[in-house]
Design a protein around this ligand. Structure first.
Ligand SMILES: [Zn+2]
Length: 562
């Protein structure tokens, strides 16, 4: 249809309402001045139900369900009339290496003072390797390095002058806790980047360590041991061109690790308490990792799916707004001989069938009303493997990052019901904050009150791949102030905590998708607003990611034009 040339978004309301099918508007959402045509609830539900069904086999990376998902997305994109924006049609190849731990064929052991500590894989510890080698031998000392963090801005150094080359580093997950003297250290109650496994792995590699064993403390982990053990038998993936590869990545239960300190004549609790202080120094333990690690290694290609709505403005159409969502989940897990007939499909209805379906439903209406800038619907691969598809895009963008106005990401949408608020945390780091607030106001939504980010949410989904490359980006989260039945809906939302990354993340036809619809409509309205704004959003002064943006000005872009 013809482009609506309203200068103010709100002026479009009457027009866009007139062009939509009024019968499909969900009346449980407050009538709002929509910047874009209303997303159709039935379309969102249909895609969500199918993508979450057993037929899609949990959309596993390197599995048939993943291939089927990519084929479904490109078919839908073509049927909607979206422009193919990949390297080959809608596809952007993401070359990967897949590795499956072969625990029963490996002889990898923990030796405690020379004796076998008899740790069982899955029960007491788990491990994997990022090196694409079928067989690796280990014989290395274990050194406890506290949190394994060196952070100049926190005046923190767990390593001091200790050389850990060739060692296996035993460390606590996350980061030093705030205390009375320093309530704001390491982000206070929020998890900072220093507490993330990727940061610690990079630090260990830089110091020439051979591996990392993290201590799983139930009170300090968002995932219980059972989820970690379940995931340990699944195939894991890395980008094929990744250069920093840690030979051993392991996790041990707190109970097992405590015995290691006891063997050294130390009280584990006292040692861990010491690790909360700047005076901590690495401690060599009478523990060795010995034996042969075996794994199955293969090369494979997965795909990001990229579909465009070209912009209408002759100059601005060379600038882009990206809507992203990861299409992958955990796929099918191997047969458990103890329960051969049990469910094995990680349907990932909410994570991230919801975001995948939302992007399709958004694209369906967005294509009717192009913006001045171009819009890219980008379904990324292998998020569950460490944001791999989005990292690949950021390294080899289809369109220059310096001309990418924003990346708006959807991951785990609101299935509990419509709200009066919307989660825009992270937007305040750039001009996207003002755009998000204006978009929310136009929809009569409040910005959600900032929540404690104990899980490091800003570093945990695909928007972060864009942030690291200097593109203003954040994930749009569902609100938590429900329009009715606050207690029941809150309880329903919280139940998802028990289904996260479990076989039970399944679609429920009884879900009230009005909240999901709000979240998708908000994201589209925000993207459309940014796509029509006079200027590209800028980072706020002093934000560390703004420096990266400044270094990649249009013209000096590191990215290849498409
Ligand atoms: Zn996810």
């Amino acid at each position: 249809m013809k482009l609506l040339t309203c200068s103010l978004l709100f002026a479009c309301t009457a027009l866009s309402a007139a062009t939509s099918n009024a019968a499909t508007v969900n009346t449980t959402i407050p009538t709002t001045p929509a910047a874009t045509p209303p997303i159709e609830p039935g379309v969102l539900r249909a895609h969500l139900a199918l993508l979450s069904s057993d037929l899609f086999e949990g959309r596993g990376t390197g599995q048939r369900g993943g291939d089927l998902t990519v084929a479904y997305l490109e078919t839908q994109a073509a049927a909607l009339g979206l422009q193919a924006a990949g390297e080959n049609g809608y596809r952007q190849a993401v070359p990967l290496v897949g590795m499956t731990t072969l625990a029963e064929r490996s002889s990898l052991k923990i030796k405690l003072g020379g004796a076998d500590a008899n740790l069982r894989f899955g029960t007491d510890w788990i491990w994997s390797s990022a090196l694409p080698e079928a067989t690796q031998r280990f014989d290395a000392e274990v050194v406890f390095v506290g949190y394994g963090i060196r952070a100049a801005d926190e005046n923190w150094d767990d390593f001091k002058d200790v050389d850990v080359r060739g060692k296996i580093l035993l460390m606590l997950t996350e980061e030093p806790a705030p205390d009375q003297a320093e309530p704001n250290r390491f982000g206070g109650a929020n998890l900072t980047f220093y507490g993330r496994r990727d940061f610690k792995t990079a630090e260990a590699l830089r110091r020439g360590a051979k591996g990392v064993i993290q201590i799983h403390r139930p009170k300090h982990s968002i995932a219980p041991w059972s989820i970690i053990a379940d995931a340990a038998v699944l195939e894991k993936f890395h980008l094929a061109n990744e250069t920093e590869r840690l030979p051993l990545s392991a996790m041990v239960t707190q109970t097992s690790a405590k015995a290691w300190f006891a063997a050294a004549g130390m009280d584990a609790d006292a040692v861990m308490a010491k690790a909360e202080t700047r005076a901590f120094r690495p401690i060599a333990l009478p523990v060795r990792v010995q034996g042969e690690l075996q794994q199955q290694v293969r090369k494979l290609t997965q795909y990001n799916v990229a579909a465009a709505i070209p912009g209408t403005d002759p100059a601005l159409k060379h600038e882009w707004v990206i809507y992203s969502a990861h299409w992958d989940h955990l796929g099918i897990k191997p047969i458990d001989p103890a329960q051969p007939g049990a469910d094995r499909i990680y349907n990932g209805a909410i994570d991230n069938g919801s975001g995948t379906a939302a992007l399709l439903a958004m694209a369906q209406v967005a294509v009717k009303q192009p913006a001045k800038r171009s819009q890219l619907f980008l379904w990324v691969a292998a998020e569950e493997q460490g944001l791999l598809g989005s990292a690949h895009y950021a390294a080899q963008p289809l369109f220059p990052l310096a001309r990418t106005a924003a990346a708006l990401n959807l991951d785990v949408l609101n299935f509990a019901g419509p709200t009066s608020d919307i989660g825009i945390a992270g937007s305040e780091r750039s001009d996207l904050g003002e755009h998000a607030r204006a978009t929310a106001a136009a929809m009569q939504l409040q910005p959600a009150a900032p929540r404690v980010d104990a899980g490091g949410g800003f570093f945990r989904s695909d928007h972060f791949s864009f942030v690291k490359a200097g593109v203003p980006a954040f994930s749009i989260w569902g609100g938590s102030q429900y329009l009715d039945n606050q207690d029941a809906r809150t309880a329903e939302r919280r139940q998802f905590g028990g289904r996260y990354h479990q076989l039970s993340d399944e679609y429920n036809p009884k879900w009230d998708l009005a909240g999901m619809l709000q979240q998708a409509q908000f994201t589209l309205n925000l993207g459309w607003r940014v796509a029509n704004a006079p200027d590209l959003p800028q980072w706020k002064a002093g934000d560390p990611f703004g420096k990266i943006r400044a270094a990649s000005k249009p013209g000096s872009s590191q990215s290849s034009a498409h």
